[in-house]
Design a protein around this ligand. Structure first.
Ligand SMILES: [Zn+2]
Length: 189
């Protein structure tokens, strides 16, 4: 019998081990110590989804589209102001459609010293897409961000907060890097 057609409580040990082993963490990345012997490191990151949260599902809600514009008009400027007040750098994950709607916002984010990472084209549910469609959207999203900001993105947060079986290989192809800040220096892993 086909294992995936079974209910989970009917799976064989071989099958549930196979499912789990597909997602095992690799080597431990925790550094021996943080800069100035701090107890921990904190990463601040934001999604500048704006109207794409409504567009991703084909929605045209006036109310929800207006929430998206509020993110551009009020949300991001407030965030940038607070970050500037505390002299803190952060990462902003921006769908390509957001970047095209609000290119000046993205240039200001970069100008303030922050990072912009890939976040899909229209905040699509990448984890359910066919391989070719997911790859095409991510490659084009990376190109669009570079055209708008002048900087090639090296970070990524998937719009579904999940990976398809193909997401990792596409991220590698794009050149997304896993980064850790150790002793104040950025190390590529
Ligand atoms: Zn998002």
């Amino acid at each position: 019998m086909d294992e995936p057609a079974l209910e989970p409580w009917q799976w064989t040990e071989q099958h549930w081990r196979k499912v789990v082993n597909h997602v095992r963490a690799g080597r431990r990345l925790h550094p021996t110590h943080w800069k100035d012997n701090a107890r921990c490191a904190v990463a601040l990151s934001f999604d500048s989804d704006h109207e794409t949260n409504e567009l991703r599902g084909g929605g045209k809600s006036i109310g929800r589209l207006s929430w998206g514009q509020y993110g551009h008009r009020v949300g991001v400027p407030r965030i940038l102001k607070v970050l500037q007040q505390h002299d803190v750098r952060a990462s902003f994950y921006v769908p390509a459609v957001t970047a095209l709607l609000y290119p000046e916002e993205q240039r200001q984010v970069i100008g303030d010293g922050h990072e912009i990472g890939i976040h899909g084209r229209i905040h699509e549910m990448n984890s359910v897409l066919p391989h070719a469609a997911e790859r095409d959207l991510m490659l084009r999203a990376a190109d669009t961000l570079e055209q708008v900001t002048g900087v090639r993105a090296v970070g990524m947060r998937t719009p579904s907060w999940d990976f398809s079986p193909n997401t990792l290989s596409i991220a590698k192809e794009i050149g997304v890097t896993l980064r850790l800040f150790v002793d104040g220096r950025r190390r590529l892993l």
